[in-house]
Design a protein around this ligand. Structure first.
Ligand code: F6R
Length: 364
């Protein structure tokens, strides 16, 4: 049932182009974006003046990506918070607050508790989940299903991508309802979003550079992931994936934070994995790379195809196709999944069943 792959994780990583296509199927009708299941009229959507994305673990990282898009496109203030924190404080919730609960399993205890709390306080709650009829789906006002199908590997990959694509649609929908994106812009964005399926296919077709970088890092005892903007969110997820399946300690930082502490960790051969794709903050990330390199770091850069200059600042370059910055988290996450898996395999770990972890966390 692994479809010829050595483990479920690799099989599921390779399913991601299909997940993108299925998540988008039928969403654009007569040029406008439609998410009927949410059951809110354009007028109700237009009233939303605050968004909280609530989730745990990898799903929380999908939320960090969504915050960038919701604020950039819809111009609605958006906060992302881990459910175990959100539920125990007193967040500002009004009837025009939208809470978006993201959960692959749809049964994470803290996320469910946060949903219940938010509804009692009068918020609208949208669920984004992979499991049809799950508690998150049942207890939310509306639900978007990520079309990942059953995910077996404990480390989430394809459902994460499904979450990111679903949240991207939600951000577009909010922007459309608020009149911040014109129909023609929505159509263009949608087409480019759909193109990421083929771009991910291309990344999956050649993992030689990823394998090489993984071999160079596999014996490290610690690694740092850095990026800015979308790249920061991708870094957090890259570090989580690596630590959970390979037991190699990894941390992620917004690259601008390096000189405020973490750069003290860098010595000869210390792996620094940088998301250095072309974006408005590219030059800033490159200067952070140079600072790490000058202190002996072994730099692995995830960069945009055609960027030859980056080679001067990195020991290993993993090229990915050029996409609009808004969609870069979709493409840049994939090599980091493969990177984490390659290191875990090289270290002899059971990639599908990491120690101490369960696929679904139904107790707090
Ligand atoms: C990491 C991972 C976990 C889950 C987290 C939330 O690969 O799978 O961090 O993302 O336990 O689970 P869900 O999304 O089911 O609420």
């Amino acid at each position: 049932e692994k479809g010829g792959y050595p483990d479920f994780m690799l099989k599921e990583i390779h399913e991601q182009p299909r997940v993108i296509r299925d998540t988008l199927a039928g969403r654009l009708s007569a040029g406008a974006l439609e998410i009927d299941e949410l059951d809110l009229s354009p007028e109700e959507l237009d009233l939303i003046d605050r968004v909280y994305v609530i989730a745990c673990g990898t799903s929380y990282h999908a939320g960090l990506i969504a915050k960038n898009l919701i604020e950039a496109w819809a111009r609605i203030p958006c906060e992302v918070e881990v459910a175990s924190e959100f539920r125990y404080r007193n967040p500002i919730i009004t009837p025009t607050t939208l809470v978006v609960a993201v959960s692959q399993s749809g049964e994470t205890a803290d996320t469910l508790a946060a949903i219940r709390d938010a509804r009692v306080k009068g918020a609208k709650v949208f669920g984004i989940t992979n499991v049809v009829g799950s508690p998150v789906a049942r207890e939310s006002d509306g639900v978007i299903y990520t079309k990942a199908n059953k995910e077996i590997a404990v480390a989430s990959t394809k459902s994460f991508l499904g979450q990111v694509v679903s949240l991207t649609l939600l951000a577009m929908l909010l922007a459309q309802a608020k009149g911040k994106l014109k129909t023609s812009q929505v159509r263009l964005l949608f087409r480019e979003l759909a193109d990421t399926a083929e771009q991910v296919e291309r990344i999956l077709a050649d993992d030689a550079a990823i394998q090489e970088a993984a071999l160079a890092c596999k014996d490290a005892s610690s690694a740092l992931f850095i990026g800015r903007g979308m790249g920061a969110a991708v870094s957090y997820e890259g570090a989580l994936k690596l630590k959970e399946i390979s037991y190699l300690h990894a941390e992620a930082y917004a690259a601008g934070e390096m000189k405020h502490g973490p750069i003290a960790l860098v010595d000869e051969g210390f792996p620094v994995i940088a998301i250095a794709t072309k974006s408005p903050v590219y030059d800033k990330v490159v200067s952070n790379l140079q600072e790490a390199k000058a202190r002996g770091a072994m730099v692995v850069a995830v960069a945009t195809e055609g960027d030859e200059d980056i080679r001067a600042h990195a020991d290993h370059v993993i090229y990915i196709p050029k996409v609009r910055d808004a969609f870069s988290a979709i493409t840049a996450s994939v090599p980091l999944q493969l990177f984490a898996r390659a290191i875990a395999v090289a270290r002899g770990c059971d990639v599908d069943q990491p120690r101490n972890l369960a696929k679904s966390v139904t107790v707090e």
